[in-house]
Ligand binder design. Sequence first.
Ligand code: FES
Ligand code: FES
Length: 627
Amino acid sequence: MPELRIEATLNGRKIARKAQPHLRLLDFLREDMHLTGTKDGCGAGECGACSVFVDGVLMKSCMMPVGKAQGAQIETVEGLAHKGELSLLQKAFHKTGASQCGYCIPGMVMAATSALRVNPFADREEIKERLGGNICRCTGYQKIFDAVELARDVQNGRLPATALLEDEPEDGRYIGANVRRLDAPSKVSGALKYAGDMTIPGMLHMQVLRSPHPHALIESIDTSEAEAMAGVEGVITCDDVPGEDNFGVFVHDQPVMARGKVRYVGEAVAAVAAEDLVTARLALAKIKVVYKGLIAVFDPEQAMQPGAPVLHDDAPDNVTKHIPIRKGDVEAGFARSDLVVEQDYDTQAIEHAYLEPEAGLGYVDHDGVVTIISPSQNITHHRHMLAKIIAKPINKVRFIMSPVGGGFGGKEDMIYQGMLALMAMKTHRPVRLVFTREESIAVTAKRHPSRTTLRMGLTSDGRIQAISLKMICDGGAYGLSTEGVMRKAAILGAGPYDIPNLQVDTYGVYTNNTPSGAFRSFGALQTQFATESTLDIAAEKLGLDPFEIRRINAMRDGAQTHTKQQLKSVSYLRVLEAAERASKWEKGAPVYRGGTRQDFANEGDGVRAPCSLGARFRTDGKLEAAE
Ligand code: FES
Ligand code: FES
């Protein structure tokens, strides 16, 4: 297809450039104009990270073909700060702390700018409405809305310009004072470079061929046609690994690319590096892989049964890790109990959904040091693992952590950095890989889905006498952080309670699902969800207040945990009291009480009617539809 000639005005300057006709305006701005403040979060019009003004109208540049920008006035986040001075809105974002990872922030600033341009007096509700097309995963929205209101008020003279300045800490004390984030100016202006924004002269673009099968033997891989393509500089498979192709933070079970067998849909099988992205993608289609399908297993309880398909030869029962904890005599504790509650709890896989998709660059420097730039959340481990993979001493391996555009644990496990290193070593060129959103969701680690069976015995005064807890987690095809997650789930699962008799078993199990990995709370959420829910059920059955039942069982200063850690000070009771106060909880057993409840209040001291939607559990375990 012939190239387009784009003539437009970009951030106040006339430009004339040739552009590939398949490009989106987003690609043109980022790749051709190097305006990487405009981010590629989803590529599908959902997140707003790519927001720009086209002829004064807020647009999602990932949804606009570059050809439509012909003759247009385009404004990006870089155009908002004149001569380096941040706009009112950018200063307000800085002041209110409205940026965490920062990946969504340029798009948010653009949407907020649009909101105040359309209505300089927009109230909070209108501001929310106008920012509705932009997603933030980590700042949350309150500080962002606060920032827009602050900018609005300064713009309208309701507040002085000094309202945008940093608060002076009293007596020069910074502890407990509001201080501004040092890196916020680079985030609100779009200047901060994430890995996918970085380029290196001579850089190649990498793409990955992924398995369409959940479980299959690889009989052959033929890369010859891809290698012969013009523009292709390198193709790698497991045959290019010079060292130990068996890595992992806890269990060493993962090859850089599938070796002899694929274990989940989306597993990397081969990778191509080419002069441009299109060539790399076309070359993937030329790689011929012959698979022989194997029976797959997707349910962890089935995977533990004798005769289930085995994923890894050194784990014939498919158990990645079993963590047992034993304390006291559980059966004696149940025998002493007046009430025994037994319940199953399921949790599902959860995608981290950080706004920045995985990305990285790899190169070999003049001293032969293999360098990886990526938003790795576990950089030292990654460095040690990579050194073994590429059979180099540790001083020949360098990891540079790029800004993490949201992680929540999802960037702890090494997923693609090994491929970048192998490709850079093979091609002797810098290489960049940027995941698409689809690729990110399909192949990166999720929160472990779990099934917990919890049995709790209590005396009628609400004291826990015994707990037995068994959790089976779907670890997916590789170990990743599963062992650590199982440990935390086991250690923290029974909560901050003094329990004399305890039996905990957590199991991470291999299946042919996408691997599970680290996710905020690192396993504790799954088991604590079971423990806390059971406490609520027990409180209702015993006619006790849920805060009270927790107070009765709380660990106190000097307590010993179930794994024998001596605690000098325990803040749980203070936290509980603060939660009780803040929730305006009316004391009493958690049964339905009247048409209005103080603890259902919206804000202030008012009350509101309880929600009439949904259903309630009754103490006999039956479901009752709400009116
Ligand atoms: S809306 Fe365009 S990248 Fe998400
Ligand atoms: S600050 Fe909004 S996605 Fe991280």
